[in-house]
Design a protein around this ligand. Structure first.
Ligand code: 3HC
Length: 302
């Protein structure tokens, strides 16, 4: 009986399918492949997949360089990892042999629900279904899934190859087996896992996003300049980036999207409040580093 329980308590993950090949999906594909898993990266457009493969390749080279510690770079590391990644434009066929399917598509509840309905239909009944959502309630996403025991959240951080944390989020219905398998997967890809209930922002974003918005209000009150707030948090609190640098790095559109969702769902929580300045920057298309300007301008930097 003990052996039977042990065998059933965890699944063996070999094939990982990742739906969505943006910044997060690419990063997840990269670390899964470099940790020895067979990966299928899925997106709707061929050009997007090609771009993702290019960025994975250059990130793998950065990792190889870092691992070499200044010595000879292991050139096989990038090519062997790349060889474990297939791409596909067809969700249903690409998830069919996956043991773990991680959805990293845009933060749109209807899109995610549609994807999970399709994924559940096309996947093996034992496959685990995970979402990398950073702000949507798992409870709402899983309305589209019949077997909710095999669904959970796996929340990664940007840049995925560098950040060591993985938040593993279970719902009331996630089975112990699903949960244990995801913890094991997290360790296998070299991440430290923390557990959190299905709550807004989980651990990191629940603390980090209100902190960033308060930094904007501090600047708007003219208590301190942006650069001084950034310097203060780097040198006085040991953060690698100050709040304005971090917001530009994450993307102001993403932050606005998350905060607007929280304000709508929890209007009475004083920690959740929109920022008129951030809204104005977003409406001007100043979304941070990716557009060359956000709180700071990056136009003259690399
Ligand atoms: N791929 C591979 N390696 C990378 C990389 C990438 N995409 N980005 C950075 N690195 C490596 C570099 O090669 C470098 O290695 P080295 O130490 O051997 O030189 C190392 O990471 C440091 O990079 P840099 O020297 O370029 O720059 P920094 O020292 O400033 O580090 C940083 C960059 C790791 C991004 C650091 O500034 C940092 O940790 N910033 C905070 C990031 C953060 O808070 N992320 C979480 C955001 S919240 C989130 O993601 C949740 C979402 O839901 C919104």
């Amino acid at each position: 009986k003990t052996m039977f329980t042990a065998k059933r308590s965890m699944q063996n993950i070999r094939n990982v399918a990742i739906v969505g090949s943006g910044l997060m999906g690419s990063g997840i594909a990269q670390i899964s492949a470099s940790s020895g898993f067979n990966v299928t990266l899925i997106d709707v457009k061929k050009e997007v997949l090609e771009r993702a493969m290019k960025s994975i390749n250059s990130s793998l080279k950065r990792v190889a360089k870092k691992q070499s510690g200044g010595g000879a770079v292991n050139s096989d590391f990038a090519s062997l990892s790349m060889a474990r990644i297939k791409t596909s434009e067809n969700v249903s066929s690409a998830v069919a042999d996956a043991d773990l399917i991680i959805e990293a598509a845009v933060e749109n509840i209807d899109l995610k629900k549609g994807l999970f309905a399709q994924i559940e239909q096309a996947s093996k009944p034992t496959a685990i279904l995970a979402t990398n959502t950073s702000s949507l309630r798992l409870e709402n996403i899983c309305k589209a899934i019949d077997d909710k025991t095999r669904f959970a959240g796996l929340h990664f951080f940007n840049p995925v190859p560098v950040m060591k944390l993985l938040e593993v989020v279970r719902t009331e219905e996630t089975s112990d087996e699903t949960y244990a398998t995801l913890i094991k997967f997290g360790k296998a890809i070299g991440k430290t896992t923390v557990s959190c209930k299905d709550s807004p922002g989980f651990i990191v974003n629940r603390l980090l996003i209100p902190y960033c918005f308060e930094a904007v209000r501090m600047y708007e009150r003219e208590d301190a300049s942006m650069t001084d707030i950034d310097s203060a948090m780097k040198l006085g609190a040991g953060y690698p980036m100050g709040p304005f640098e971090l917001m530009d790095y994450v993307g102001l559109d993403t932050l606005k999207f998350v905060m607007d969702g929280w304000v709508a769902e929890y209007p009475d929580n004083p920690l959740f409040a929109a920022s008129p300045l951030l809204d104005a920057l977003v409406s001007e298309g100043k979304l941070g580093r990716k557009t060359g300007e956000g709180f700071y301008s990056y136009k003259h930097k690399k």
